[in-house]
Design a protein around this ligand. Sequence first.
Ligand code: PNS
Length: 162
Amino acid sequence: MPHTAIFPGSFDPIHNGHLDLIDRACRLFDRVVIAILVNDQKKPLFSAEERIEMLRELLADRPRCQVERFSGLLVDFARQAGAVAIVRGLRTAADFDYELPMTLMNRQMEPVLETLFLATKRELGFVSSRLLKEVVALGRSVDELVPPLVARALEQKLAPRT
Ligand code: PNS
């Protein structure tokens, strides 16, 4: 039976750390659904449509990947998608502290759905969407940390005009 995993997140925007984890999840599962959280209360920089478009373009050459949006509970989305696991990345102990209560709550609601943590690539362990946005807004480039398409999109939205 083919196995599906969910890789959920805000992806505001996606960066090389996410892409590395997605590639590694694709080696473990037959299908990986990249699930973009749509929650306007979080005031994302990129709209849901912009994030979906970016992810679909970036993942177009990965046949195991499928990009979808979701709102509401992740476990409900995972069940509808027929997933056996949620995949999350861990960079630091702070990530673990943030993730564990969510994982236990998800298990409380959906006991057979496993959460799998993949340790980030060491050289990308400091990369977060929040810091990328801060750096671009303050005038520096993040070209080495995101795909070119994302670098351009960040600059269009945030780079200070001279
Ligand atoms: O990239 P992020 O913002 O760290 O991703 C967080 C995400 C989307 C995984 C988390 O906020 C989530 O699962 N939200 C959906 C709502 C939900 O299921 N809440 C209960 C979690 S215990």
